[in-house]
Design a protein around this ligand. Structure first.
Ligand SMILES: [Fe+2]
Length: 186
């Protein structure tokens, strides 16, 4: 279940209110169910996955990829798996923890673990959205945002691309509001 925290500390957990708060940014947030599948559940429970396991997980969720291919011209997908056992995890995450934009939409489908997106709204206010399993998010091109992990430091997410060059971070130099860290995360 997604959690949105505003700059003033107000917290929303229902999709309707969250969508309303994020509307000025044209962010799309949806619930995409993962069908019950014991084999898939076992793979998702593992901290790390090898390449063939990743491909099996991706294939079991490809009906969503097909939809994006047909409706929005998506061409590629991969599975990002982050966990505390990755030796350069902090280094990898640092790249996305400063406010940035991308030339293409950033499109993610969270299937295990959780992460936090921060956004700068058109009025300059900053909000933080925790995304959790079975949540699909599309952050539009040009939207100022940042991303980091909760203290669990674990996430598995499908990334969908039209082209890979379009999601390189372009740093905007906007500073994050001090102390803006989600209070409700566990
Ligand atoms: Fe990004």
């Amino acid at each position: 279940m997604a959690i949105l925290e505003l700059e003033n500390g107000k917290i929303y957990t229902d999709l309707q209110s969250i969508s309303k708060e994020l509307a000025p940014l044209n962010i799309q947030l949806d619930y995409w169910a993962i069908a019950e599948n014991q084999e898939l559940a076992q793979k998702l429970a593992q901290a790390s996955l090898d390449d063939s396991e990743k491909e099996e997980v991706l294939q079991s969720l490809d009906k969503y990829f097909e939809l994006l291919k047909q409706t929005a011209g998506y061409k590629e997908r991969d599975l990002i798996v982050l966990h505390p056992g990755i030796s350069n995890l902090d280094q990898m995450l640092q790249k996305f923890d400063s406010i940035h934009t991308h030339a293409d939409d950033e499109v993610r489908y969270i299937i295990e673990g959780e992460g936090i997106f921060g956004f700068v709204r058109p009025d300059g206010s900053q909000v933080e959205l925790t995304v959790q399993p079975q949540e699909y998010i599309n952050v539009p091109a040009g939207c100022e945002h940042w991303f980091y992990l909760t203290p669990k430091r674990r996430i598995k997410a499908v990334r969908y691309f039209i082209g890979r060059e379009g999601w390189v971070p372009e740093y905007t130099g906007t500073e994050k509001v001090k102390g803006q860290r989600l209070k409700v995360r566990s």
